[in-house]
Design a protein. Structure first.
Length: 87
């Protein structure tokens, strides 16, 4: 995860990030979406979600909206506001 955070600046608008359950993090997804990157990640097994809400798109395909959690103690304010997407 630390290496991925170092590489976030390489992602550009229009890229697609596809990852496994280990990368199912609100803050990672928010940072990628702020850069215009589309994200497809399996829900981590420790996360519980009511699949009767959200948008069902097909077998094993569901779009959800997560509420923003409190900023973790280890994260500084600058980290949660990614750099603007380069033109």
């Amino acid at each position: 995860m630390a290496l991925l955070r170092e590489l976030l600046g390489r992602f550009r608008s229009g890229d697609v990030f596809v990852a496994g359950r280990a990368y199912c993090s609100y803050w990672l997804i928010a940072a990628l979406r702020a850069r215009g990157v589309d994200v497809a990640i399996r829900l981590h097994q420790s996360r519980h979600y009511d699949f009767s809400t959200g948008t069902h798109r097909g077998d094993d395909d569901h779009v959800v909206t997560w509420p923003r959690p409190a900023r973790p103690d280890w994260m500084d304010e600058a980290t949660i506001i990614p750099n603007p997407v380069d033109s």
